[in-house]
Design a protein around this ligand. Structure first.
Ligand SMILES: *[C@@H]1O[C@H](CO)[C@@H](O)[C@H](O)[C@H]1NC(C)=O
Ligand SMILES: *[C@@H]1O[C@H](CO)[C@@H](O)[C@H](O)[C@H]1NC(C)=O
Ligand SMILES: *[C@@H]1O[C@H](CO)[C@@H](O)[C@H](O)[C@H]1NC(C)=O
Length: 573
């Protein structure tokens, strides 16, 4: 510090956690709200004693007139915004909607001091610029919400709107957190910040807190984590393969398959459930009456239209479905259904003829439900007819592809395409230009179609597979790898054995050849050796045997020399 040429600043970003054990001045008082001028009385829980010591150390830096280092402590509330930090779990569970209720742990009645991360940034920037006299600064927003209120609002805005306070369920939620994170979320404290309110000039992102700004926070969360819905619409003649492609797309992008038949069935089942509910704590009498009313309307319409729901009712149901949280969160593939310009306008246009429409002379659509990708599948009549003829009778019947039904359907479809204003014109005017894709017999499993579509739509925008799905995928990949390895090993073994067999066979042959050769040689040798033996016996052996007999009798010092001389003498005689 003595070497500093100018004054410097040290800002410690700490936590409100060092306040958690603070006792109110009046022990009788309930619902105390602490203010930052009481900061010397703050008491940390055991796990935050180090934070506390560090805060004290930094505050001490500022003392002494000649001191060139000014220390500030910022005690900040739990942060949210830009991905939500500790609160992310609740956002994620709500967004996914895989469980009907968002689990809370503990009763959730604890108050959590919070601050949006942008506002924390603003506080620090203000300290840098203003060099305030107070060295201990509390950074919390105006909210004093309980954990339950926070989670309920997240669930309302993003998910089913339901929360689960059942202690049995805590365990699952708690597994998502580390013990120290749990300690943060269990904080129960109400704090008032004055310095940032009175002396700082903050451009607040979220002064009133997370709950009041939830709609913006949710947008920011989706944006930061790139959880953007993918909305696709498939149109095309009957039997072109819309359902199969829709299913493939839904599983690739983890989005929802919208089939109008299912939407209607689901709605009727749901209405019946409401109408049958006798517990008025779950379903209010008004809700029940409304459900009964709507069911009545449906059954009348079904009667009047020979078992089909009137178009305006279907359009309403579809709109409701596309506006549901799952479709808004993840997106959807709308399978068929869209037929005409007028119908598309009924579904996607906002209804009001705003000034914008007059200005630009084009339809205004509800951006939250309008598909961003339209794929117009097409195939020749011959192809479609051949395909349908190849189906078993039972399948053809359930899909209304029988001879009597299919041809009129196909020609109705072709007819619609010749209208003055077609469905595809509607999207063209919105500048959502349809992509035309030809389905052919060569691409029977739609590999090419899928490739074309996924290239245009891009990568999935969601959390990806859950840990369980990831594990399952890893397991499958591992198994495939092992299988391949086993196959390769077996193949190598097989090849080795074949090579060995061949070598063995050659060796055998070689050995046979060798023994054959040896056999021939020895016969040759035999043949040769016969006259030789006779010759030796006749001319050499008598003299040699003589000499050797003499040698063994006399036993000379040098027997070979004796033999040589004996033979020489014998020869001269
Ligand atoms: C509703 O109640 C009626 C009459 O009790 C019954 O026939 C029907 O199956 C019930 N529906 C559902 C969805 O529970
Ligand atoms: C779809 O295919 C049919 C038959 O081949 C053809 O008449 C029609 O023009 C095609 N439609 C589009 C939009 O390409
Ligand atoms: C064995 O002998 C046959 C005939 O002489 C010959 O063609 C073959 O190459 C020989 N095999 C070996 C392994 O030497």
């Amino acid at each position: 510090m003595s070497n500093f040429k100018s004054r410097k600043m040290f800002i410690l970003v700490s936590s409100v956690m060092t306040w958690t054990m603070t006792k109110p001045q009046d022990p009788e008082e309930a619902d105390v709200v602490f203010t930052e001028d009481e900061f010397r009385r703050r008491r940390p829980p055991p796990n935050f004693r180090n934070h506390n010591s560090l805060e004290k150390l930094v505050l001490k830096l500022g003392r002494g007139r000649k001191n060139k280092l000014a220390g500030y402590v910022v005690a900040c509330g739990l942060q949210y915004g830009m991905g939500e930090s500790l609160f992310h779990y609740f956002f994620k569970v709500s967004w996914l909607m895989q469980v009907p209720k968002v689990s809370l742990f503990g009763p959730g009645t604890n108050h959590i001091p919070m601050i949006h991360v942008n506002d924390l940034g603003g506080v620090i920037q203000n300290i840098v610029e203003l060099r305030p006299k107070s060295k201990y600064i509390l950074a919390v927003d105006d909210s004093k919400n309980t954990l339950e209120e926070i989670v309920k609002t997240i669930s309302d805005t993003l998910g089913s709107g339901k929360i689960d306070k059942d202690p049995e369920q805590y365990a699952t939620a708690m597994k998502a957190f580390k013990p120290e994170e749990m300690e943060y979320l269990n904080i129960n404290l109400r704090l008032d910040a004055f310095i940032i309110k009175d002396s700082f000039s903050l451009q607040w992102t979220s002064e009133a807190g997370m709950i009041r700004n939830m709609i913006d926070i949710v947008e920011e969360y989706k944006d930061t984590r790139q959880l953007l819905p993918i909305r696709i619409s498939l149109v095309g003649p009957p039997a072109v393969g819309k359902s199969t492609i829709a299913e493939k797309l839904c599983s690739h992008y983890q989005i929802h398959h919208i089939k109008i038949k299912d939407v209607i069935e689901e709605k009727i089942t749901h209405l019946k459930e409401i109408a049958n509910e006798t517990d008025h704590d779950i379903v209010s009498e008004e809700e029940m009456a409304a459900a009964v009313n709507q069911l009545e309307q449906f059954s009348q319409s079904l009667e009047m239209n020979a078992g089909r729901l009137a178009d305006y009712l279907v359009v309403d149901l579809l709109k409701e479905k596309l506006n549901s949280k799952p479709c808004r969160n993840q997106g959807f593939v709308l399978n068929g259904f869209l037929k005409s310009y007028k119908q598309a306008k009924q579904i996607f246009s906002d209804g009001e003829t705003g000034s914008q429409e007059l200005l630009h002379q084009r339809p205004v659509c509800n951006k939250k439900i309008t598909p961003e990708h339209i794929f117009a599948l097409n195939a020749t009549d011959d192809f479609l007819i051949t395909r349908v003829q190849g189906l078993p009778q039972s399948v053809a019947e359930t899909k209304r592809y029988t001879q009597e039904e299919f041809l009129p359907r196909l020609s109705r479809y072709r007819q619609l395409a010749t209208a003055e204003e077609t469905l595809l014109d509607y999207f063209d005017e919105l500048e959502i230009h349809p992509e035309y894709i030809e389905v052919t017999a060569a691409d029977s499993d739609y590999t090419d179609v899928m490739k074309q579509i996924t290239e245009m739509v891009g990568v999935p925008k969601n959390y990806g597979p859950s840990p369980e799905e990831q594990a399952e995928e890893d397991r499958k990949r591992d198994e495939e790898r092992k299988q391949k390895l086993a196959e390769e090993t077996a193949e190598r073994k097989r090849r080795n054995e074949a090579a060995l067999d061949e070598m063995g066979a050659q060796y055998e042959e070689w050995r046979r050849n060798l023994s054959e050769v040896q056999h021939q040689e020895s016969e040759l040798h035999e043949a040769h050796s016969l006259p030789l033996r006779n010759y030796l016996t006749k001319y050499v052996m008598p003299s040699l045997t003589e000499a050797m007999l003499q040698c063994s009798e006399i036993k000379p010092d040098d027997p070979v020399d004796f033999l040589a001389e004996h033979l020489l003498r014998d020869n001269q005689q």
